[in-house]
Design a protein around this ligand. Structure first.
Ligand SMILES: NC(=O)c1ccc[n+]([C@@H]2O[C@H](COP(=O)([O-])OP(=O)(O)OC[C@H]3O[C@@H](n4cnc5c(N)ncnc54)[C@H](O)[C@@H]3O)[C@@H](O)[C@H]2O)c1
Ligand SMILES: [Zn+2]
Length: 358
């Protein structure tokens, strides 16, 4: 319980091309109506959510907006990565048009990373871009996806292949919403959290191993957001440094794709980090002991460490990945726990990396 009288909300500022706050704390859903008008002049809000989150949290969010004199219109897409498609995205655009949302209104994304990425892409493109606020309800979305302005949908050829950079006006993370997350969905968030420690903050990484994320959730979300915000502030458009956030993602995305998206993003990234650390150590890019650290961390949080696919299957899936540009691909390796760098590989190098990963 939070103390009476004190404001339990934490705020982290993101200094990208736009500057915006990430509010973190319990009970924030009921404060959307109070907080949102500080960051957008919009009086009408299109709340975009999914059909799992909708009955759980949309009524409270809409009530809070309406109590503050804002109008809310609500649209729920089917839940799940398999619906992160052009067709669902198109249905959101049609909803915005049919609801007569204008350029002075705003989109509020309520849900996990899937709803946030799609609603964000709709906000980025509807009438060439309208205001957008993120209200993440998964640990993963609060700690990663809702911050940094990447929005996207998947194409049959691979994940997140169509999208835009579009920064939100504000992010409101109500950490109480994690109480209804299935265990597996919570675990997805632990994977991206461990990633942040592994690439950028050794002390945070050790704190995560020695304590329990759930028991320190506001603090853990806050540190995640600080780490991501610092990287994004340096390189919003992923020309260089931001690539380190993709640690575990080249082979992680390949695993997601090979599984027909039945393996969730966080679980795939966990295995992807193990594979990347193993390959990096074997090929001399990774610091000694980094594989052991990744393995121990994944085991501590019940994340999968073994890959059910062959090197050939992963390689084929990874070469459809957008992070391949020209004849090369940048993979992220850990020089030591808390310090990541990218290594540029040609296609033969990627094949060798994938083989060494298994
Ligand atoms: N934009 C970025 O920078 C970025 C970063 C990381 C991940 N992502 C994307 O995020 C997506 C993964 O996000 P995710 O893990 O949040 O998945 P998700 O949005 O699919 O949510 C997981 C499941 O939990 C349900 N759910 C959400 N909140 C709930 C709650 N509070 N209680 C009960 N159920 C709830 C959802 O309906 C869904 O079924 C991937 O598509 C990934 O590519 C984007
Ligand atoms: Zn990710």
């Amino acid at each position: 319980m939070k103390e009476n009288g004190s404001d339990p909300m934490e705020t982290v500022m993101v200094n990208a091309s736009a500057v915006y706050p990430v509010y973190i704390g319990g009970g924030l859903l009921d404060r959307c109506g109070e907080l949102l008008p500080r960051h957008t002049a919009a009086r009408r809000c299109a709340v975009i959510t999914d059909d799992t989150v909708c009955p759980l949290y949309a009524p409270r969010l809409c009530r809070s907006l309406e109590a503050a004199g804002l109008e809310a219109v609500l649209y729920a897409v089917p839940a799940g990565e398999q619906h992160k498609t052009l067709s669902t995205y198109g249905s959101i655009l049609n909803f915005l048009a049919e609801s007569r949302i204008t350029r002075s209104d705003c989109v509020v994304a309520l849900g996990g990373g899937v709803a946030g990425d799609m609603a964000g892409f709709a906000a980025a493109t509807y009438q060439r871009g309208i205001d957008f606020v993120q209200v993440p309800t998964t640990f993963l979305a609060a700690s990663d996806a809702s911050v940094g302005g990447k929005t996207a949908v998947d194409l049959p050829a691979g994940k997140n292949l169509a999208g835009a950079f579009w920064q939100p006006k504000a992010v409101l993370c109500d950490t109480d919403t994690f109480s209804t997350l299935p265990e597996d969905a919570f675990r997805d968030g632990t994977a991206e959290t461990l990633k942040h420690g592994l690439i950028a903050d050794k002390d945070f990484f050790h704190f995560l191993i020695e304590t329990d994320m759930r028991e320190n959730i506001d603090k853990v979300v806050r540190r995640n957001v600080e780490i991501k915000a610092a990287v994004v502030a340096e390189d919003e458009r992923e020309q260089g440094r931001r690539k380190i956030l993709n640690f575990g993602h080249t082979l992680g995305h390949a695993i997601e794709k090979c599984s027909g998206y039945r393996v969730s993003h966080g679980h795939a990234v966990a295995t992807g980090m193990v594979l990347a650390a193993r390959a990096a150590e074997a090929l001399g890019y990774g610091g000694k002991g980094t594989l052991a650290a990744v393995l121990a961390a994944c085991e501590r949080y019940g994340l999968p460490t073994a890959c059910p696919y062959s090197a050939g299957e992963l390689y084929a899936a990874a070469t459809g990945d957008k992070k391949r540009s020209g004849g090369h691909i940048d993979v992220v390796v850990l020089r030591e726990v808390g310090r990541a760098e990218t290594v540029r590989l040609d296609m033969e190098g990627l094949r060798a990396f994938t083989e060494a990963a298994l």
